[in-house]
Design a protein around this ligand. Structure first.
Ligand code: ZN
Length: 697
């Protein structure tokens, strides 16, 4: 995730000419300048600032002040009145400087906070002026504080009993991204360099011993990503530990959270946030036309990592499965409307689907042209805001193809095609076989290059058939009669997974709109906490990799709501997510239309659903959660939760149960030596059919 301010406004883009080498990214003389100096009263959570904005005659300046208290504003040497409106407009008659003196109090908030624990400023903490500016920041802090901001170079100088930090970042920044500041008196700073780039780690004393590892991994990531994306654009890259925020990327620096240091590096957002240095922090995002940067970042960081391990298709299956779970029809919107995530549905669209679209673009372009086009896109759009349209333009130029159909169906439209193969028949023609079949799509009317694999006694032939309407007939001549035909075996297409392909997971259970808890026949008290936790989690579960405490966008109270047990209805009543019932109160129809939570292995529902042999009791675990397909309805799942009757372990069990919701993409969880063991059930890969050639002649 990258830093993005919460505001909407007109973005004035300025075309920038800059050379391409690391050392000489030069700054055009004509760029508008914004000088900001700030100081603090940390005990009072206050900031005092002076902004000087160089303005061209006749150009309208739109200023957002939000929580800032304007002390004085001077334009053209004359005092002006800022009325404190949402968007103040100023026009100067001749070139000159607008000076604004302000102060603000920032107590506990996720974007702006001044506290003795530290200073975080990344919301509207200075008068925000629409358009692109080259910012120059000076921050005076009490002795002992260490500050980080967007910078190619940071200099320190003593100013009375304060230390003044000067940040040199000679490139234009977009208003929505703007500049940020982080400071703490607890940072332990470690530095190194990588081919002229200063690599720094700002860690708290408890984590300071990780500095070397973090720096080494940062260098390794830079090496990998420079090969793919071109030179790293800046002269510094800092990894900053944050006590509150994690997984954020600003030009030249990255936040990691304390929790990230407990994980193996590849499980932290480090690689992802480094890729954002190119996508979002070098090429900026035109949020009004849709945020493309998460899709490209997921593809080059998270997906690429899985692909290197030969598991690219598993990453795509997870994306498609999550999409199916979280993006119910009413919550679907086209990629063009994605600005940032505010719930799991928006995440599945803006991150997941976007990454699939990049993958499909790679398939359309071919590997060599794809990577070359991505580098062109970066080069052509650096230091300016870009949109999906710019990606389209670069790819069309590079491939020489008209890609209107591609971007129109995947970016402008919503819709998730469900594929099927029907009516397979074959005729013998001399030594070969002529196989006819229909491909069909439901839920969309897209142009889909469908990879189809024909297996004959283990041997595979793959062809791509372009489906251009809801149903189309195709023919293929093969040397042998295929005994199995598989559509999209590698999950290369953005489509709705069939129930056979979609693994039974906790995510599917939690996101299901129809959930039913089947109460145990005995030992009901044992499951009290489990029922409470299910009640509380519901749809609000967060995947393990979604760790950042991103600020909720205005107008989306969703984040907060999700953490509370049950939804509060308008009348203040609690609306339950899970309905608990005794087995005797549940009829067959209810079991068929719901995803079920069956409590206890001796629950009579198990016998009814699976037969007696399905589960054994000798698993030796205090807690075990097994998620399976609902045998009565393959689109639904059943979670069998069993707790051993061990009262001393009860609290531990409840805590572990709570914890499994952090990892919702698994089918089985159990406790072993105090650790939660997780397993994912394998599923069918691709849409597979075994044709019946009874009519072969
Ligand atoms: Zn991201």
């Amino acid at each position: 995730m990258i830093k993005k301010l919460v505001f909407t406004g007109i973005i004035i883009s300025v075309f920038i000419f800059a050379s391409s080498t690391r050392a000489e990214e030069s700054r055009p003389a004509s760029l508008p300048e914004y000088n900001l100096s700030v100081s603090f009263d940390i005990a009072a959570s206050k900031i005092f600032g002076k902004a000087q904005i160089r303005v061209t005659a006749g150009k309208e300046l739109i200023i957002h002040t939000e929580e800032l208290k304007i002390i004085e504003a001077i334009a053209d040497g004359k005092k002006i009145e800022l009325a404190g409106k949402e968007d103040e407009k100023i026009v100067l008659q001749k070139n000159g400087i607008v000076e604004i003196v302000y102060e603000a109090e920032f107590k506990q908030s996720s974007v702006n906070m001044i506290d003795k624990k530290g200073i975080t400023l990344r919301g509207t903490w200075y008068p925000l002026v629409e358009g692109m500016f080259v910012y120059s920041l000076k921050a005076a802090l009490p002795e002992g504080h260490i500050a980080v901001s967007e910078a190619n170079k940071i200099t320190k100088s003593k100013k009375g009993d304060l230390v003044e930090f000067t940040f040199d970042f000679p490139y234009p920044l977009n208003d929505e991204d703007g500049i940020s500041l982080i400071a703490s008196k607890n940072f332990v700073v470690s530095k190194d360099s990588y081919y002229g780039i200063e690599i720094a780690a700002y860690l708290f004393p408890e984590e300071a011993h990780f500095a070397k590892t973090i720096i080494e991994h940062t260098k390794r990531y830079l090496k990998t990503y420079e090969k793919l994306l071109g030179r790293y654009p800046y002269k510094r890259l800092s990894i900053v530990e944050h006590f509150q925020q994690a997984g954020y990327s600003m030009p030249t620096y990255i936040f990691l959270g304390r929790e990230d240091f407990k994980l193996p590096i590849e499980k932290t957002p480090l690689g992802h946030e480094i890729v954002h240095q190119w996508f979002g922090n070098y090429v900026y995002t035109d949020y009004d036309k849709g945020n493309w940067n998460e899709g490209l970042t997921i593809y080059f960081a998270d997906h690429a990592y899985d692909e290197q391990q030969g598991k690219g298709w598993k990453c795509r299956r997870r994306i498609l499965s999550n999409y199916k779970s979280y993006v119910k029809a009413a919550r679907e919107f086209p990629l063009r409307d994605f600005t940032e995530r505010y719930d799991l549905a928006s995440r599945s669209i803006g991150y997941g689907k976007a990454a699939m679209v990049i993958h499909m673009l790679r398939k359309v372009a071919g590997d060599d042209l794809f990577y070359a086009a991505v580098r062109d896109f970066i080069r052509e759009n650096k230091f300016r805001v870009a949109s999906w349209d710019d990606i389209k333009k670069t790819f069309e130029k590079k491939t020489g193809k008209d890609l209107s159909w591609f971007f129109d169906q995947w970016i402008n439209k919503k819709g998730t095609p469900r594929l099927s193969i029907e009516g397979v028949r074959a005729t013998r023609s001399q030594e070969k076989f002529s196989v006819d079949f229909d491909l069909a799509q439901q839920g969309a009317d897209f142009q889909l290059p469908v990879p189809v694999a024909f297996y004959s006694r283990g041997k595979k032939t793959t062809r791509i058939f372009t489906l251009g309407k809801d149903r189309q007939s195709f023919n293929v001549i093969l040397p042998e009669l295929p005994d199995e035909i598989v559509l999209d075996e590698n999950l290369d297409l953005f489509r709705l997974l069939t129930p056979e392909e979609d693994p039974p997971t906790l995510a599917r259970l939690a996101s299901d709109e129809k959930k039913l808890v089947v109460l145990p026949s005995e030992r009901k008290g044992l499951y009290r906490e489990v029922i409470d936790i299910f009640e509380e989690k519901g749809e609000g579960i967060k995947p393990a990799y979604m760790t950042s405490g991103y600020p909720p966008r205005k107008g989306h109270a969703e984040n907060e709501k999700q953490r509370r047990p049950g939804f509060l209805t308008k009348n203040g009543e609690r609306k339950k997510r899970f309905f608990s019932k005794e087995m005797t109160e549940i009829n067959d129809e209810a079991m068929k239309v719901s995803s079920l939570v069956v409590l206890g292995m001796d629950n009579p529902a198990i016998n009814k659903l699976f037969g007696k042999t399905e589960f054994t009791k000798d698993h030796g675990s205090l807690l075990r959660v097994d998620i399976k397909k609902n045998p009565l309805n393959p689109e639904k799942v059943v979670a069998v939760v069993n707790i051993s009757d061990n009262t001393s372990g009860r609290q531990k069990t409840a805590a572990a149960f709570e914890q499994i919701f952090e990892y919702p993409f698994y089918s089985m969880y159990y406790l072993k030596d105090g650790q939660i063991i997780k397993e994912l059930k394998e599923t069918q890969r691709g849409i597979r059919i075994k044709p019946d050639y009874r009519k072969l002649n």
